[in-house]
Design a protein around this ligand. Structure first.
Ligand code: ADP
Ligand code: K
Ligand code: ZN
Length: 433
């Protein structure tokens, strides 16, 4: 079922004309009303008059995550507080989070995007969707919540955690679909088995809408087989609004609705636009966002684009699975963690300092684990176990606050971690997808 066939099947040249109109309007508005974009465009020596075709988007300067960070919390907003109806906050790269804001219209577009996407996964009024993304400052929970309600599905806002209870509810309320991270669904499957419940045989679950972290085709096959479901990919970032684009039933890539987003794939080194099919850095211009516009936002995710018409009949371009990052961002239980954030936190704790540490990421019982080996400063080294315990608790507490994910800390003797001559290799990621 198509939520909005007129848009979803729009001929490609018509989509392009619409995109050009939206881009032109956006650029004119920002040049006139946003000091940030005005200055950026002046620096790049482009004027709204230079935008005379869709391809001219390439003349516009790119934005990066650091632009949001440098303009914390709301200096990039182009809506007044009166016009904003919601904030979300995502983890930042140096301990400083990024704040995103929404007008009513922005929430509407996010919801519509998901209504189209969830319908394209074969969901509708007859479905009961358990939303097991976190509700709160992160975007996942509320985003899927409103998208699923819009298509008339019955939402069970179970959020993350309390897994046994979630499985009981899944059975009692006959949940047919779940939205969560792929690793949380794997964890649920295991917990269910321990409870003597087979998700495949003893529940009505038939669809998973899974994302917020990388996963593979192999993992999709495994989950579909083991849990007896269709597993669909969902992609987004808080700067776009949140998770907002999904696979369709063909499972041949994530459809990016062209009336909402204009995508390019750039060579991460040169910034040049790459042709369809080539892998590079996904770059998105959000064509209709009001509160927090994003022009040529270089997300850091590596993928390729396919602009051929999908077997489902939808004419909007698709992106392939995310193949990696251009930076060192880690995703731990769906939450973005930058090694620089860890370093920043450690630097503020005199007993350890931030010079020598190692990050070990693993997956145990299908849950990501984060272990930090941290060298003590020689002055803080003590053979009193109580002192060491206190330092460790302090480091764990500070990290939890900064990262929003728990890290286990192991204090090690000064000088015991490897030293590097070139770039430090601080991360050991043992997870295999
Ligand atoms: P979210 O709340 O959706 O996790 P964030 O802005 O915190 O939003 O994180 C966005 C990042 O998460 C993306 O840039 C990407 O690296 C990763 N991500 C989100 N969805 C997927 C997905 N389906 N596959 C791979 N990575 C994903
Ligand atoms: K994420
Ligand atoms: Zn499709």
């Amino acid at each position: 079922m198509k939520w909005d066939p007129r848009i979803e099947e729009m001929p490609i040249d018509e989509q392009k004309r619409q995109q050009y109109r939206l881009l032109k309007t956006l650029v004119c508005r920002l040049y006139a009303f946003s000091p940030f974009y005005h200055d950026r465009m002046k620096e790049a020596k482009v004027h709204p008059d230079d935008i005379g075709s869709l391809a001219d988007v390439q003349k516009l300067p790119c934005m990066f995550k650091r632009d949001l960070r440098d303009n914390y919390p709301d200096r990039l907003f182009t809506a007044s507080q009166e016009e904003l109806v919601r904030y979300h906050v995502s983890s930042g790269t140096t301990g400083k989070p990024t704040v995103v804001g929404y007008t009513a219209q922005d929430l509407e577009h996010w919801t519509i995007s998901l209504a189209r996407g969830l319908s394209s996964c074969g969901l509708g009024r007859g479905d009961i969707m358990q939303v097991s993304y976190g509700y709160g400052l992160f975007t996942g929970g509320l985003g899927l919540h409103y998208g699923a309600e819009r298509i008339g599905a019955t939402v069970l806002p179970s959020s993350v955690g309390n897994t046994e209870r979630q499985i009981e509810l899944m059975q009692d309320l006959h949940t047919t679909a779940i939205a969560c991270t792929p690793s949380y669904l794997l964890h649920m499957g295991e917990v269910a088995e321990k409870m003597g419940v087979s998700i495949k045989n003893d529940t009505d679950l038939r669809v998973g809408v899974l994302g917020a972290e990388p996963w593979s085709e192999r993992m999709r096959d495994h989950m579909q087989e083991w849990l007896g479901i269709k597993a669909y990919n969902i992609y987004g970032t808080s700067e776009l609004s949140g998770p907002m684009f999904t696979d369709c039933v063909e499972q041949q890539g994530v459809h990016i609705w062209s009336d909402l987003a204009l995508i390019e794939v750039l060579d991460p080194d040169t910034g040049e636009v790459l042709p369809c099919g080539e892998k590079g850095e996904l770059t998105i211009t959000m064509l209709q966002k009001e509160a927090l516009p994003m022009i040529r936002y270089r997300i850091g995710d590596i993928t390729s684009m396919d602009d051929s018409v999908c077997a489902c009949g939808r004419t909007h371009p698709r992106i392939d699975r995310i193949q990696g990052r251009v930076d060192d961002m880690l995703i731990i239980r769906g939450i973005n963690v930058f090694p620089s954030q860890i370093e920043h936190t450690l630097l503020s704790i005199p007993e350890v300092g931030g010079e020598h540490f190692q990050i070990i990421v693993d997956r145990k019982k299908n849950l990501d684990t984060l272990l930090l080996q941290v060298e003590l400063q020689s002055g803080a080294f003590s053979d009193k176990i109580n002192d060491l315990m206190a330092i460790r608790r302090k480091v764990e507490y500070r990290l939890k606050n900064a990262l929003n994910v728990a890290a286990e800390v192991e204090l090690v003797e000064p000088g015991s971690l490897p030293r590097f001559e070139g770039k430090a290799k601080r991360v050991i990621d043992k997870r295999v997808l």
